[in-house]
Design a protein around this ligand. Structure first.
Ligand SMILES: [Zn+2]
Length: 273
């Protein structure tokens, strides 16, 4: 009982900055809705890329890029789950793919969060909602070995504070990439999104073997999914608070700027990180 109380206190402290942040099922639902709303041409293109990307990983990656019917005890992970796993259950695009493809605990995370989605949907008030969230956090703590250490270092999920009320958008965005600046949400999104675009350029221009094309497609989608986590975070009210010395729960970031290269042929993109 004492250990449970301690864990609850620890979790309440660790997640004090993410109280109004997206949780796993919300991240997944946002991506799911975005995919469902693609026009038919773009959807067909994404489906083709997903088919290429899951080649050799059919035992873990869902046949559907976005599986709206997925519920408890999932046997597969779809692409909509990638941004939910990014950031909160992995520290880089490379680490995200490792956790998705090489660990068993990630399916437990998908199961726990599927049940959280049902609980949140059935919640009648804030108290019930908080209860489901705390219960889910405790289960995730047991399933994901790095959950606490990642949650304890989460500055990267937050916007950099503006230096003044008159700071223009251009000046603000430039400041997010300035040399020596603290790792931040906008900078992280841009890093992984740019890495995905560079890989996509290679896909479109290089002569690759079928295996190389599959690996590069998976790496491209992984980088973009990791970027999407932070783009989604940018529209969460809990992430509006800027990183700064006065933020009470400010901590060092754990995200490593390691995009995915898998077993890819040498090329400029692999030099990106
Ligand atoms: Zn986040």
């Amino acid at each position: 009982m004492r250990i449970t109380k301690l864990l609850i206190i620890l979790l309440a402290t660790l997640f004090c900055t993410t109280g109004r942040a997206w949780v796993y099922p919300e991240h997944r639902d946002i991506t799911l809705a975005a995919i469902q709303k693609l026009d038919s041409a773009r959807r067909a293109q994404l489906d083709r890329l997903w088919t290429l990307a899951r080649k050799g990983y059919e035992w873990r990656l869902d046949v559907l890029v976005a599986d709206a019917t997925q519920g408890e005890h999932p046997k597969y992970l779809d692409y909509a789950a990638f941004p939910a796993i990014a950031g909160d259950h992995s520290t880089s695009a490379d680490n995200m793919l490792y956790n998705i493809l090489q660990t068993d605990w990630i399916l437990k995370v998908a199961d726990i969060t599927a049940r959280l989605k049902i609980g949140l949907a059935n919640s009648k008030n804030t108290s019930e909602r908080e209860s489901y969230l705390r219960d889910s956090d405790l289960r995730l703590l047991r399933a994901d070995p790095e959950y606490v250490s990642r949650a304890g270092s989460n500055n990267v999920h937050f916007m950099l504070a503006r230096t003044g009320v008159n700071t223009s958008a251009r000046t603000y965005f430039d400041s997010c990439f300035r040399e020596g600046v603290e790792v931040n949400l906008i900078g992280t999104y841009n890093w992984f999104h740019t890495s995905a675009l560079l890989k996509a350029k290679r896909l479109a221009s290089e002569t690759l073997t079928p295996d190389q094309r599959s690996a590069l497609t998976l790496a491209t989608l992984a980088d973009e999914a990791f970027a999407l986590h932070f783009l989604e975070d940018a529209f969460s009210s809990g992430h509006v608070a800027g990183i700064g010395e006065t933020r009470p729960c400010a901590r060092a970031p754990t995200i490593t700027m390691m995009s995915t290269d898998l077993k890819l042929p040498p090329g400029k993109v692999n030099e990106w990180c």
